[in-house]
Ligand binder design. Structure first.
Ligand SMILES: C[S@@+](CC[C@H](N)C(=O)[O-])C[C@H]1O[C@@H](n2cnc3c(N)ncnc32)[C@H](O)[C@@H]1O
Length: 199
């Protein structure tokens, strides 16, 4: 199963569309999606009038892209000038990375003062059993079911930040006005956003 299939052939595309709306991008914003995969989220921001960019570490993922303005880059060392972007996003990426705080600080460097960082990660409620229960409840089959269970497996093997841990992570990286919400079934994913201080 490729990320292109996940973004275009499963319910994940609808989750990203909801997340794009929640980020509330303004038409003239410059946006960057880190770990974009084939680029569905930047494509959704571009549809809303943004100058949208994406980046991903994996060259193979980028070769099968659905959006053009993507570059290869590591989230820890992003090849963009400081204070360039109005919105930086990362969906289902930070929880996989060993150096979450350092990565958030690098994303913050790219934001203009007052710019927004928005993240989507599995919540503390995510587990293989919770994902299987949701898949059963919704009658998910094939790719839809498999991608949800794969996500849960990866979440169990990596980070699942709860509300307090998420607030601490944002605050430590220097973000204020932190907002969050739980989504996906009974709240298997946490969406969180914060604003880069103007000081
Ligand atoms: C689970 S996928 C999520 C893709 C997309 N954001 C989405 O929500 O559909 C994780 C993505 O992060 C990328 N990735 C992993 N480590 C990365 C890193 N250090 N820097 C940039 N991208 C990374 C992977 O190549 C992969 O495309």
């Amino acid at each position: 199963m490729s990320f292109l299939e996940v973004q275009t052939q499963t319910a994940w595309g609808r989750v990203l569309a909801g997340f794009a709306q929640w980020c509330a991008p303004q038409p003239d914003w410059i946006t960057l999606d880190v770990g974009s995969g084939p680029g569905l989220l930047p494509a959704l921001f571009a549809e809303r009038g943004c100058r949208a960019f994406g980046c991903d570490l994996d060259d193979a993922v980028l070769r099968r892209r659905l959006y053009s303005s993507l570059v290869q880059a590591d989230a820890c060392w992003l090849p963009f000038s400081s204070e360039t972007f109005d919105l930086v996003t990362a969906t289902n990426v930070l929880f996989l990375l060993p150096e979450a705080l350092m990565t958030l600080q690098e994303m913050k460097r790219l934001l203009r003062p007052g710019g927004v960082l928005a993240l989507l990660n599995p919540s503390e409620r995510m587990s293989v059993s919770a994902a299987a229960a949701l898949a059963d409840e919704r009658g998910l089959r094939g790719l839809d079911r498999q991608s949800l269970l794969d996500w849960a497996q990866r979440a169990e093997a990596h980070h699942r930040w709860d509300e307090e841990q998420t607030i601490n992570l944002f605050a430590e990286a220097g973000f204020c006005k932190i907002e969050m919400t739980l989504k996906v079934g009974s709240g298997l994913a946490r969406w969180a956003k914060g604003v880069k201080d103007k000081d």
